[in-house]
Design a protein around this ligand. Structure first.
Ligand SMILES: [Zn+2]
Ligand SMILES: [Zn+2]
Length: 213
């Protein structure tokens, strides 16, 4: 399992980075990105701390910890500067919180995130064909999520991305250790949405490529 969207105590997750990574290691994870919620208020506070702990954990443990962020509910015009700032500050995985059906995310967030060339557009809800086409063009990965509050449009995201040739990744958006999934669970989750074995392998390769492993 390579999971590129999770939360720690630095935002609304339940665990310290070290405990989340340890729990993921026990679940058999190969790599995990720590992507706490950020906006202009806290991005400069969170990234250096996550970069620091990832560096230390990578020295000590085999699981690969990757510093990241999830730009969340930011004004549309601020998304691009925040993506740039995140990369400059050392975030290796830049996620943007997409237009999930369960929260009043500003319409146009999916488009702005793709135009900002984030790495992953998280839970993009009922994303439009034109946004999926743009994601393909810009090389932005669209997320299939195991998180219950966001996962209803997963089938929509998969079928439209497959048809248009856009890249997909599977993430858990974990906020607690119970949200982490094993490889086997991830596989059967994707199968239930309708992915073939070759689709699943592609998803896995996209995640590995983003993780740089
Ligand atoms: Zn959250
Ligand atoms: Zn999240």
């Amino acid at each position: 399992m390579i999971d590129l969207h999770t939360h720690t105590l630095f935002s609304d997750g339940e665990l310290l980075p070290s405990e989340l990574v340890r729990r993921a290691q026990v679940k058999g994870y190969k790599a995990i990105a720590l992507t706490d919620h950020v906006d202009s208020s806290n991005i400069d506070f969170i990234i250096p701390r996550i970069v620091k702990v990832c560096k230390i954990l990578n020295k000590r443990w085999k699981i690969y910890s990757i510093p990241g962020v999830e730009i969340t509910h930011a004004p549309l015009e601020e998304i691009k500067p925040l993506v740039k700032f995140a990369r400059k500050s050392g975030a290796k995985i830049v996620v943007v919180h997409g237009e999930t059906i369960s929260e009043p995310v500003i319409p146009g967030t999916n488009r702005s995130a793709i135009e900002a060339k984030c790495d992953i557009l998280a839970h993009p809800g009922y994303i439009s064909i034109s946004d999926v086409r743009l994601a393909k063009k810009m090389g932005v990965c669209l997320e299939i999520t195991t998180r219950k509050s966001h996962s209803a449009p997963d089938k929509h995201v998969f079928s439209i991305a497959k048809k248009e040739g856009a890249k997909l990744v599977l993430n858990t958006d974990s906020h607690a250790s119970k949200d982490l999934v094993t490889d086997i669970k991830a596989h059967s989750f994707l199968k239930a949405i309708g992915l073939t074995l070759s689709d699943i392998n592609k998803v896995y390769r996209n995640s590995a490529e983003l993780a740089g492993i």
